[in-house]
Design a protein around this ligand. Structure first.
Ligand code: SAM
Ligand code: SF4
Ligand code: F3S
Length: 468
């Protein structure tokens, strides 16, 4: 394991007295009322999972939770740095708290996560947002109680952003937002250094959790009645690389699949260069593993893929899809794609369109390239205008919409397993294994149940069905 550090139980134990101090701090102020925390999470599922851990710690310190910053004692923004737009939203939303802090100076406002891990952004928060009392990076989240003591009890403005290769902290309590769907991180960080991407710079090196810890957590989730477990990591299929335990991602899936109970195993995100025949053979053998596969391709042009440092070609990607479809009947793909990477030409973009047509994705997450300070792509010549990139982007989303509509139409008349996920008032929403949502009539008390649904119509991207 590179230079990453497993946080020892003793080190975590050191947080206990800090937790007591925070609890006492609020009890002395308002003996009969629990303090409230408002935790806002931006970005990917990894961030959602991190927030669930920080909420677990906050709950242990006596906090309740609110969505409304106006009634919160502690406001925490867990931020994302992946695109400029994501950062701008955070700057805007944090900025909007200035007036609240003036009205209620006792509120503690904190910003953490991937944005803060970048030096220039941390500096900007420190200098231009003086009402933010606590700034901390991605590698010290397990020390939240200690940081709160410094801020609240010692009344200091705290900035804690060590640069390191990353840590693994086991045994942090988790306050999960869902009652039947759970996120389960299996690895952290990334070693791939795609030339456009900030993630390896803010999340540190790739490191995998111990398989026994993952299995124990999964067993506990199943015991608690969770019906869907999503394994998380920036690159889940390189799980276990370089670790002494010798358990790779397919083996981890096999062990999770062997846990008794009725539940679905999802995972994201996978990298094409680490997607092996063994992985698809394993999915075919494991009845609890979802037949939905999120496999970002980013570009259909070999020239651009090389510039992106993705480590595979268009042909290799298509060969993977062919092998997967042959091995796992009914497997459905979704993907991420970037338009307007520096130097991308119309011919490159057309290669992307043709790959989209050739594969037939269920859906696509589409992004316009956003230069990230400190990444190689941010320095590459980028002659294509923003207007042209936007026009390409629209062309691509229109193509995907047509393809999605055709796919949805083909589902009409079929019977599908689905998980009843939410109550939208006039109907319930159920998720198909391939990730599409279908509207059904049913008793909201059944939310969290797996059902079989007959698809009755597909109109304007909305599937409707009936529970059989
Ligand atoms: N680890 C995953 C992978 O390799 O695909 C996901 C990484 S990132 C959290 C999610 C998606 O954001 C990427 O797949 C990519 O399409 C997009 N993305 C990352 N950096 C970007 C950038 N600088 N500009 C535009 N999109 C970007
Ligand atoms: Fe970013 Fe590439 Fe790592 Fe995904 S694999 S997190 S896109 S560097
Ligand atoms: Fe964003 Fe950090 Fe995830 S940059 S996408 S929150 S790893």
């Amino acid at each position: 394991m590179a230079n990453t550090r497993v946080i020892s139980p003793e080190e975590l134990e050191r947080q206990q007295p800090f937790m007591q101090q925070v609890r006492r701090f609020y009890e002395e102020r308002r003996p009969d009322v629990s303090p409230l925390a408002c935790v806002r999470t931006y970005g990917c599922q990894q961030n959602v999972s991190d927030s669930e851990h920080m909420k677990g710690q906050l709950a242990q310190m006596g906090f309740g939770f609110t969505e409304n910053p106006e009634e919160a004692d502690f406001i925490l923004f867990n931020t994302c740095a992946v695109r400029e737009h994501a950062e701008d939203r955070v700057f805007g939303n944090v900025g909007a708290l200035k007036a609240l802090k003036r009205r209620r100076p006792e509120v503690l406002i904190a910003v953490c996560g991937c944005m803060v891990q970048q030096e220039h952004i941390a500096k900007k928060f420190y200098q231009s947002y003086p009402f933010v009392g606590l700034l901390f990076g991605t590698h010290v989240q397990h020390r939240l109680p200690e940081l709160l003591v410094k801020s609240l009890v010692e009344r200091r403005r705290v900035v804690e952003i060590p640069s390191c290769d990353g840590v693994i902290a086991e045994g942090i309590p988790t306050h999960r937002d869902g009652t039947f769907k759970a996120f389960l991180p299996i690895m952290y960080g990334c070693n791939n250094f795609c030339t456009y991407c900030i993630v390896p710079h803010v999340r540190g090196r790739e490191r995998s959790r111990d398989p026994e810890c993952i299995l124990a957590e999964a067993r506990e989730l199943v015991r608690q009645g969770y019906k869907e477990i999503t394994l998380l990591g920036q690159n889940v299929n390189s799980y276990g690389k370089g670790e002494a335990h010798g358990v790779n991602f397919p083996e981890l899936l096999r062990r999770l699949n062997a846990i008794p109970g009725e539940f679905l195993i999802r995972f994201m995100t996978s990298h094409p260069k680490d997607a092996t025949p063994e992985l698809f053979d394993t999915i075919a053998q494991c009845e609890k593993v979802s037949r939905h596969f999120h496999l970002p391709f980013q570009s259909g042009s070999n020239r651009v893929l090389k510039e992106m440092n993705r480590g595979y070609t268009r042909e290799q990607y298509l060969e993977l899809i062919r092998y997967a479809r042959k091995t796992v009947p009914g497997i459905a793909f979704t993907s991420d794609v970037i338009v307007g990477f520096p130097g991308e030409q119309r011919e490159d973009f057309e290669q992307t369109l043709s790959l989209i047509r050739e594969v037939g994705f269920v859906s696509l997450f589409t992004f316009i390239f956003s230069p990230r300070e400190g990444t190689p792509a941010a320095k590459m010549p980028d002659p294509i205008s923003a207007e042209e990139k936007t026009a390409w982007f629209r062309e691509m989303t229109a193509l995907q919409e047509t393809l999605s509509a055709e796919r949805l139409q083909a589902l009409v008349g079929t019977e599908q397993k689905a998980l009843l996920e939410s109550d939208a008032g006039e109907y319930l929403e159920a998720r198909l294994p391939e990730n599409s949502i279908v509207r059904v009539q049913g008793d909201p008390a059944r939310i969290g149940e797996s059902v079989t649904v007959r698809i009755t119509s597909a109109r304007s991207f909305i599937l409707t069905g009936e529970i059989i």
